[in-house]
Ligand binder design. Structure first.
Ligand code: SAM
Length: 372
């Protein structure tokens, strides 16, 4: 009979090697346990498994100050070697097993997903799973070149990150001297390729780009694209997060509403991360993602698969569950499904609800690795 180690016991194990060994034992034992039927599953807080985010590379061509600061992610930084990455076949296999467990939405991310060579081939393979919403989040740098081939491969929609329309501010935030105009070209190409509705993600950081809030809203108002203003989060351990740098979503809404009156809109579906607001004049909508000031752990239905095949059940986790060992170790699909079920069923994390200045200092995996 397999021994299932409760997560609380694992977390209480301070020694990282012992913790890793306990997590690996948990995954292996869960895989070998008698099979449970595939299908929708819920965690200890009743949250369903609905979304899967897959990081296809931990590398990025930007060095956004709030995500991959250049002084940490420099020439000496050890990115994952290619052999550590899940192959397209492995990703597709794992994704199909997640879909059997109830996942209906898959987002490719990273790092910068368009840097993964032939990512269109992966999109094509995932699209063949059928009946899933297949999307991708990108910084837009390579989108003008790739939008058409991504759409042809079966991508449904795209989200583009864009923190300012002011070229100097944008270049300072991406810290790669990348011009706004090229990202706007990418957004136009995505629209032309039918990857709509396009979402535009703007991370708002106090003192850096608050003055860009209204110009971005104005620019995309009436285009059908949906700008989502994201609170600066304490992801990873390198971005020097301070609560003082967070511009609360309520302030963003007030700022925009002073210029363009807004009315609230209902969520499109349970667990939607953005709170929706419509322009009163009917010219579109915006969203705010208040992950710091109004945590939404209660509705979180997202699992994350890291570039090297670890399953994380929270963006703010320190450890993941190694599925790659199962994939490369001869375990069959139902055994991998068993492990996913066991991991999800005992999930109880709610980091954002219990965040304090102290928890912000707890070691956490980087967003570029786990997938934003
Ligand atoms: N490279 C792609 C991109 O730029 O969209 C995908 C990966 S990126 C990590 C995914 C999203 O996470 C982006 O919209 C980015 O702005 C957001 N992000 C990264 N660090 C963040 C932070 N500290 N707080 C809030 N959002 C963050």
């Amino acid at each position: 009979m397999a021994t299932i180690i409760p997560l609380t016991d694992i977390r209480a194990t301070a020694n990282p090697d012992a913790r890793r060994a306990a997590l690996d034992a948990f995954v292996r034992d869960a895989a070998l346990a008698p099979s449970a039927p595939a299908g929708p599953i819920a965690d200890t807080r009743g949250r369903r498994l609905h979304d899967l985010r897959i990081s296809v590379t931990d590398r990025c061509n930007f060095r956004c100050v709030y995500c991959m600061p250049r002084d940490v992610f420099d020439a000496d930084y050890h990115f994952l070697p290619h052999a550590e990455l899940l192959t397209f076949e492995e990703i597709t296999r794992v994704a199909r097993i997640f879909v059997d467990q109830g996942v209906a939405k898959i987002r490719l991310t990273g790092g910068e997903p368009l840097l993964r060579r032939n990512v269109e081939r992966l999109v094509e393979m995932l699209a063949r799973i059928g009946d899933i919403d297949l999307t991708l989040t990108t910084n837009g740098a390579l989108l003008a070149k790739k939008a058409r081939s991504l759409a042809d491969a079966g991508l449904t929609r795209v989200t583009v990150s864009l923190d300012s329309l002011d070229d100097a501010t944008f270049r300072a935030m991406n810290d790669a001297d990348f011009p706004v105009a090229k990202v706007l070209e990418g957004i136009d190409a995505a629209a032309a390729a039918g990857l709509a509705p396009i979402k535009i993600n703007m991370v708002v950081k106090r003192g850096m780009n608050e003055t860009s809030i209204v110009p971005i809203a104005r620019h995309f108002k009436g285009t059908g694209h949906i700008v989502r203003f994201i609170e600066f989060m304490d992801v990873g351990a390198t971005n020097g997060w301070r609560m003082d740098d967070v511009v609360p979503a309520a302030e963003v809404v007030r700022t925009i509403a002073a210029e363009f009156p807004l009315v609230t809109a209902d969520a499109n579906y349970e667990g939607e991360v953005a709170q929706r607001w419509r322009y009163r004049d009917g010219s579109g909508e915006i969203g705010v993602i208040a992950s710091v000031t109004q945590a939404f752990c209660r509705d979180c239905t997202r699992a994350r698969l890291s570039t090297d095949g670890k399953l994380y059940t929270c963006l703010f986790a320190s450890d993941g569950y190694d599925l790659r060992t199962l994939v490369r170790g001869g375990f069959d699909d139902s055994q991998i499904g068993n492990a996913i079920q066991a991991i999800w069923r005992q999930r109880g994390d709610r980091y954002s609800e219990i965040r304090t200045a102290n928890t912000a200092r707890v070691p956490k995996v980087e967003m570029s690795y786990i997938g934003g």
